[in-house]
Design a protein around this ligand. Sequence first.
Ligand code: ZN
Length: 591
Amino acid sequence: MPTPASDDAFAEVKAKVDLVKVVQEYVRLTKRNKDFWGLCPFHQEDSPSFHVNPQRQSWYCFGCERKGDVFTFVELIEKTDKRGALQLLAERAGVELKKLSPEQKERTDLRRRLLTLLKLAAQYYEYVLWSNPAGEPGRRLLESRRVGEETAKRFQLGYAPAGRGFAEYLRAKKRSLADAQEAGLMRRDGTDFFAERLVIPIRDERGQPLAFTARTVRADEQRKYINSPETPAYVKGRVIFGLDLARDEIARRGHAVLMEGQFDVITAHGAGITNSVASSGTALTDDQVRLLKRFTDELLLVFDADRAGRQAAQKAVLLAAAHQMRTRVATVADAKDPDEFLRAAGAEAAKRWEELVAKAPSGFEFGMEDAAAGLNLSNPNHVELAAKRLREWITQFPPALQEDYRERAKRWMGVSGHLLAAEPDERRATGRPIAPRAGKNGLESPSGGKKMTVGRYLLQLLAVRPVAFDRVRTKITPDELDEEDRGIYVRMLETYERGGASGLEKELAGYPAEEQDLVRRAWAAPPPNVDEEVAVELADRIRLDHMRGRHSGIIRELSEAERGQDSERVARLEAEARELGRAIADMERRG
Ligand SMILES: [Zn+2]
């Protein structure tokens, strides 16, 4: 059982870290007078309203009104808790946290040792590649792949020679061989895990090596590539390969190029496409998308041209959409992957690349074209089949996008709308948690048979489109809602503040049953207009209704007070009623 950290630990860490430097790892800040400004990482915006005060070591966003100190910032941006933020910042500041449990401390120490060792290994391999005769096979492989020395050095490529060279190196440096095994660098017999391979460090977004991918230089070797195992320093699916090198260019160009393989990325950087990264070692994961979203809202997906590559691209499109990221998909023609495409283009690579990017359809269109590929749309049977596939494609997107996508699909295919209207059973097949029985659409069976009120409508809308909270929460307070809507409203708002737009899916299981039911029904059958403007309108109507209710309450009270001849109370209530009446009239005029 870990004991909570003392206030001392927070104070000590706070004194040692600089909020501006911490924020700058996530947000581009511009200095104005003594303060810093940037685009808020916690809400969507085009002009900077995120403000950092270096003197007070505090931050405030004028857009979403979030604020706090360095701990709250790290908590929000790393999606961790106060304790996690303390740990991250303590590590950064070199502050030893005294009250870690023995297991936690051991794990933290081990991780730190492994990270140092991984850095050392990368340096050793790089040294062998360029400065040791044993590195010759690695240099030949790079030459055959047309990877120039400058690019290779940027990625810190290296070569692991045969035998026990690395073990001897560690012994000379008086390092623990057991740690090297733990880090996945060495086998139990002391031989190098990556022997006779070109090694590619997999580094985090700050450039720290966490693991390696290694390609054999031997023609007779069956396993072309091998990867580091998961270790206390490396969790697969949490790292984006190349992000440390690409992050500035991603910010500059406004999008990241996401590829599949490490060599795709290396070749791309060599050809000047320096905003390229890869989902290293796995299919794209939720964590990786979240990491990328810290740097951009748009991904250009360039996957292999084969069927597996196209399927991977579709999955990535959906995953990105779930995180409100835009995608485009570029397909390399006459080549199996971007690496081959760019190498074949030679000196023309940059030009061919621009042509490819210019042609890239949006992720949604890409999936649409794929759904209709090979079908003849003048044949009615084929049209029906294509419509079915399109329906399946569309229903996998977040509900807020589906209506627009159905419209676009209709126009694109030239079919009538009913062919593309989702059927309840298909909705259920999308993998989203969905209530067993839902009405045909949001209007007929809005929320478990209860009559559709403005409050219910708003709750459904917020369930489908939680970002609308950003607008709504400044418009109404929970006590303006009907009593039966208040609990779920507050719960969803708290979830949103904690977990953002995707928080609801994660926390829903902990909601009371009838609230879960309302949310699931809304997901299954979204209300007709899922739009932030509509949410604001609804909030205004709720506010107005609440004010009218209060007004008639005061009038009732007033007649009571008059009967009781309580003149002081009468005067007070009259004033209240007048003021409220004016406010209502104002709202009605605007409304
Ligand atoms: Zn903000």
